[in-house]
Design a protein around this ligand. Structure first.
Ligand SMILES: *Cc1c(COP(=O)(O)O)cnc(C)c1O
Length: 456
């Protein structure tokens, strides 16, 4: 996200470098277009003839890895900005690292490659099918490599069902949605958002009416990346019908990468369900669930998938996935967590995350810091810290004048207290000088949530 953020408030210099500006100042970090940064690279060295004899190379590599491990421990403990649950124990699965597990092709059709984990994969998919209320015989899905792949797949299915459809997505949608539009060369309409980050259905309506003759493919956000806003699925469906779009003229993909596995456990939250006229749902496996490798789950309707698949003789399988080889370990990790925690376990974790998010927002408010927390969300948006070292120290994600903390199960009250203490201390030094004022967040989170001098 940091990468995409830079572009929003960046200026392309004449030498081709892209400088990000915060509050009018140059960020220390530069993104240089067309040039990669190699300063922190651990280069590969060819083995010497006597390496095996002296063991020097092994000792060198062991020390590099030990240092790297320490860095991981530190970076894991000081992490607040990304929606990753970093707390898990998969010790029991260590024995599987010796195998090259690969789920090539379709999860429901055996391929000739035997070192796979389809039995785990289908078990996980069935669990999600029950959660999102679709019968076993009516769904198709697979464990993806990430949430982005789920979006790429869902939107592709929509495009195959409606080849001349127009893609609608709110401006706060994840960049992978617009990437899909570019990749598939689809006509794409960006719909405005409310200050909460939710899709603005009034704007959606006028855009639909302007393109009435073409079918609609809609990306609905179950949690937006920056503000954690949940689009009102029922209102989106109602708006479509109001504009004369019958169910055979629209396709809805639900991007649940962020909150797809939290929403079902929040009371009052709008329900994501295949009993409603939706085409697909995706969720990231490494975010709320927690998993050592990126992964995701994608579910769609069986009737749609036949449009997409072609036979690939080489695999003796159907080819309806985006990738060829797929991570065979990921389904086992998901299977393991789902078994361990179950529905009740997730429910408890969700409730704790929401409580802790409220705690953080309340403490920020008490300290006079602009902040916002959407009702169904554990994403606390607040004033962007002035000091980029502080941002890096806590791995905060920033956009325009906003920063956010996403409260995941690994983010405890102790950690939040430690963060708050440091933020409040440092902030008092950032704004010592009366001529330097905290930024105004009225445009980002609304006047009511902004504490700047101008808004008050
Ligand atoms: C994180 C995220 C994605 C992409 O998921 P990856 O697993 O990082 O590819 C898509 N949509 C939303 C709303 C997200 O928060």
């Amino acid at each position: 996200m940091v990468g995409s953020v830079g572009f929003e408030s960046s200026a392309l210099e004449s030498n081709g470098s892209l400088k990000t500006r915060i509050n009018g100042e140059d960020d220390a970090r530069e993104i240089v277009m067309g040039r990669n940064v190699h300063t922190t690279c651990l280069s590969i060295t060819e083995p010497n003839d006597d390496d095996e004899f002296t063991g020097d190379k092994d000792a060198y590599m062991a020390s590099v890895l030990a240092r790297y491990r320490m860095n991981l421990v530190e970076r894991t403990s000081n992490h607040l900005g990304y929606p990753y649950n970093l707390e898990f124990d998969y010790g029991a699965l260590g024995q599987l690292q010796h195998f090259s597990i690969n789920n090539l092709g379709d999860p429901f059709i055996e391929s000739n490659y035997g070192v796979h984990s389809r039995q785990f994969e289908v078990g996980v998919l069935d669990w999600f099918a029950r959660l999102w209320e679709i019968e076993k015989d009516d769904y198709w899905g697979y464990i993806t490599n990430c949430g982005t792949e789920g979006n790429l797949h869902g939107i592709l299915v929509g495009r195959e069902v409606f080849p001349d459809g127009v893609l609608y997505a709110s401006r706060d949608s994840h960049y992978s949605v617009f990437k899909a539009a570019r990749m598939y060369r689809m006509e794409c309409v960006k719909v405005g958002t409310l200050v909460t980050g939710e899709i603005d259905c009034a704007d959606f309506k006028s855009q639909l009416l302007a393109n009435k003759e073409k079918p609609a493919i809609i990306n609905v956000n179950i949690g937006t990346t920056v503000k954690g806003a949940v689009d009102d699925l029922d209102l989106v469906i109602e708006t479509l019908k109001e504009c004369g779009f019958s169910e055979d003229r629209f396709y809805i993909h639900c991007d649940g990468a962020l909150f797809g596995l939290m929403m079902p456990f929040v009371k009052r939250a709008p329900k994501v369900s295949f009993k409603k006229p939706i085409g697909s749902v995706s969720v990231s496996g490494h975010k709320f669930v927690g998993c050592p490798m990126p992964c995701g789950v994608q579910l769609t309707r069986m009737k749609h998938i036949n449009v997409l698949s072609s036979n690939v003789e080489y695999l003796a399988s159907r080819d309806a996935t985006i990738m060829g080889s797929r991570n065979g370990h990921a389904p086992i990790f998901l299977w393991y967590t789902l078994n361990k925690k179950g529905y009740k376990g997730f429910q408890k974790e969700v409730q704790r995350c929401l409580r802790n998010a409220h705690y953080l927002k309340d403490r920020l408010r008490e300290a006079g810091i602009s902040s916002m927390l959407n009702e169904l969300s554990s994403t606390v948006v607040f004033e962007r810290p002035r000091d980029e070292d502080f941002v890096r120290q806590w791995q905060l994600a920033c956009e325009r004048n906003m920063a956010h903390v996403i409260v995941m199960p690994s983010v405890t009250i102790d950690k939040l207290d430690c963060f708050l203490k440091e933020l409040i201390e440092k902030r008092s030094t950032w704004y010592q000088d009366e001529n330097v004022q905290p930024p105004c967040l009225a445009a980002d989170i609304g006047k009511g949530n902004c504490t700047c001098a101008h808004c008050n």
